[in-house]
Write a protein that binds this ligand. Structure first.
Ligand SMILES: *Cc1c(COP(=O)(O)O)cnc(C)c1O
Length: 423
């Protein structure tokens, strides 16, 4: 495409965009009375206008039926989680039996580790990316300690090479080979939260399996952003949150994937709760936990219905649009953003923006992380004052996510203008 940095060009792209109308289905935050340029859908996705009615439905059922809402509501609460399964499975490329929505993300990671990190005295190493999201680091440290290992010994990190920002796939694969029989678990982010680098989940999983290790992924920045085929890729487990690209509201519930190879394995260690018990016998309230089949067997508690109602509102939109169309638009938005950054940068002597997110579309989603050489937080603060909501990371990185569901090409254009004005 021959990109142009001007308003009519951007508007023209919006007019031709098959997903253009979806923006109207979301509330766009305003700054100074004007719609903001909201580039933080990777941190907290925007609110669909339908969310309120989904929550109201459950409030109404609660008012009308009280406890009987478990069986007589519009979507009976005893099985409410099932109403989220089909769409969740589609988003991550799984069979329905492999997916369940429950708890928060970090809680779910711990539950998965209980089942899939089974270290022995010789096979106990954990392989992860350097600078993983802090919650992931704390999961790894505390799990290693829980099993009696020193995290400094058990956890092995792969870093970018000197002078580089992203991690090379060959370095990950070489490390897996090197650790070989000592490797228990490869635990990786699908998309790195800082650089926006998308990893080759399929190959990492296959190589981990080659040396007899398991492979699990934190998909917080991948679910609803990039193509995922967790079942076909043979991933052992994964978990993601619903409030970033999946637009389900602050702190909301998390999704979990357990491959069907493991789903019916009652021998796997797990921390159990009544909602994971054999569905047919759940209400017999008897002793002796027998997991229900599939990912649902990892549930602990009955469904937090209000949060799940919000998640349903957003999953409905994902079902309607489909990931393919979202990814197609996401690539165009990101390419346009890169063009605008280059263009602005080339016309301003004192700045030199360096995109640290990989150029290759196979290695990124819709996040662009930019190093602002020659500029610091002052520039970011000016941008914010002008109505750009993005994300700042010390010492001089801005993370931006033009999200295909509700960001427009005009947003990217407006961002460029505001960036120029801030310089
Ligand atoms: C956002 C994010 C989390 C957040 O975890 P919560 O338990 O939902 O607070 C965890 N891991 C990664 C990689 C994230 O990006």
């Amino acid at each position: 495409m021959n990109w142009e940095f001007n308003e009519s060009f951007a508007r023209d792209l919006d007019a031709k965009d098959p997903l253009g109308d979806y923006r109207n289905r979301f509330y766009i935050p305003k700054i100074n009375g004007e719609e903001s340029v909201y580039f933080t859908g990777n941190s907290l996705g925007l609110q669909p206008k339908t969310t309120r009615s989904f929550i109201n439905q459950e409030l109404d059922d609660w008012a009308e039926f009280g406890v009987e809402g478990h069986f007589h509501g519009k979507t009976p609460w005893f099985a409410y989680h099932k109403a989220l399964t089909k769409a969740s499975a589609t988003v991550v490329g799984a069979k329905e039996s492999e997916v369940v929505v429950m708890n928060g993300l970090t809680t779910n990671l711990h539950l998965m580790w209980v089942s899939f990190y089974q270290p022995t005295t010789t096979r106990y190493k954990i392989l992860c990316e350097a600078k993983a999201f802090p919650s992931d680091q704390y999961v790894m440290e505390s799990q290693a300690k829980f099993h009696g290992f020193n995290p400094d010994d058990a956890i092995v990190e792969v870093s970018p090479r000197e002078g580089e920002h992203c991690i090379r796939k060959e370095d990950i694969l070489a490390k897996i080979e090197e650790l070989g029989d000592s490797l228990a678990l490869v635990f990786w982010g699908g998309v790195n939260y800082y650089t926006g680098q998308l990893f080759d989940i399929k190959t990492i999983t296959a190589r981990a399996h080659n040396v007899g290790a398991k492979a699990g992924f934190d998909l917080a920045h991948a679910a609803g952003n990039v193509e995922l085929k967790l079942h076909d890729w043979d991933v052992d487990f994964a978990a993601w949150c619903s409030y970033k690209y999946l637009n389900s509201g602050p702190g909301n519930v998390s999704g979990v994937f357990v491959h069907e190879r493991h789903g019916d394995n009652a021998e796997l260690p797990r921390f159990a709760g009544w909602w994971g018990h054999d569905e047919e016998r759940r209400f017999l309230m008897e002793k002796g936990f027998v997991p229900t089949k599939g990912a649902e067997g990892w549930q602990l508690s009955n469904a937090p219905v209000f949060g799940m109602a919000a998640h349903r509102a957003s999953l409905d939109i994902f079902e309607e649009v489909g990931m393919d169309k979202l990814i197609e638009k996401s690539r165009l938005l990101v390419a346009y953003l890169e063009f605008v950054l280059d263009d602005v940068s080339s016309r301003n002597e004192n700045c030199n923006f360096e995109v640290i997110t990989p150029k290759d579309t196979a290695e990124r989603g819709c996040q662009v992380s930019v190093l602002l050489h020659g500029h610091g937080k002052g520039l970011f603060d000016k941008l914010t004052a002008l109505g750009v909501i993005s994300d700042w990371r010390e010492p001089n990185v801005i993370r931006m996510a033009p999200v295909p569901l509700y960001n427009s090409f005009e947003d990217v254009y407006r961002f460029g203008k505001k960036l120029e004005a801030s310089l």
